[in-house]
Design a protein around this ligand. Structure first.
Ligand code: MN
Length: 212
């Protein structure tokens, strides 16, 4: 998988029906094959004539957005964010589990911040459901492993010197509307069954690499 220009569509690590019934096959096809592909194509189009940027990986481009040429900042923010956010989203999902919870150090940090796993679920759900229009609810961590929840509009990515994204809860209508219509809350509730906590914990444990 290339990490710099030209960016490629990531392959899913599971079958298109693997997330059913929480996310159906048709939704996953549209979301991955069409929507993500469009972000990838538009990001590549945007960067095509800027060879100096071709060696930069996506987090570097996004963190340094304001040092890029003015005329491509918005397009990189929207399409680069779209690629980064979706790559993360698709990589932290797996087939549904009923009692799906984190463990270890990450679970401790979540409990310390939100009081309990239920408290965390409530916080991330409200961030996602309450996001006006398109965007995401996010679980993020700082370099010390302190987690928090936030929401962000559009394809804005909470990447920063002190913030590493862990879980993007995509609440763009393209993520759920085919299956759930206007029931964003129901989709959000089911999303929690799909989180691959082992994968999220791996990211969390490797945060030193991100913050170095
Ligand atoms: Mn999406």
């Amino acid at each position: 998988m290339r990490e710099s220009y030209p960016f490629e569509l990531i392959a899913l690590q599971y079958e298109y029906d693997a997330l059913e019934p929480c996310i159906d096959e048709e939704t996953l096809h549209y979301h991955h094959d069409r929507h993500l592909q469009t972000y990838v194509d538009n990001l590549n189009k945007t960067l095509k004539d800027y060879p100096k940027l071709h060696c930069m990986n996506l987090p570097t481009l996004l963190v340094n957005i304001y040092s890029l040429p003015d005329e491509i900042q918005t397009a990189v923010k929207n399409n680069g964010g779209g690629v980064f956010n979706h790559n993360l989203y698709f990589s932290i999902l797996r087939s549904p589990r009923e009692d799906n919870r984190p463990s270890g150090e990450l679970a401790d940090s979540i409990n310390a911040k939100f009081g309990s796993f239920e408290g965390f679920k409530k916080a991330l759900s409200s961030a996602a459901v309450g996001q006006f229009g398109s965007g995401y609810g996010w679980l993020v961590t700082d370099r010390h492993g302190k987690v928090s929840v936030m929401s962000a509009p559009n394809q804005n990515t909470p990447l920063g010197r002190e913030t590493m994204p862990l879980i993007p809860l995509d609440v763009w209508e393209h993520a759920y509307y085919l299956q759930y219509k206007n029931k964003r809350g129901e989709y959000t509730e089911n999303f929690f069954k799909l989180i691959n906590w082992e994968q999220v914990e791996k990211l969390y444990k490797n945060r030193e690499n991100f913050f170095k």
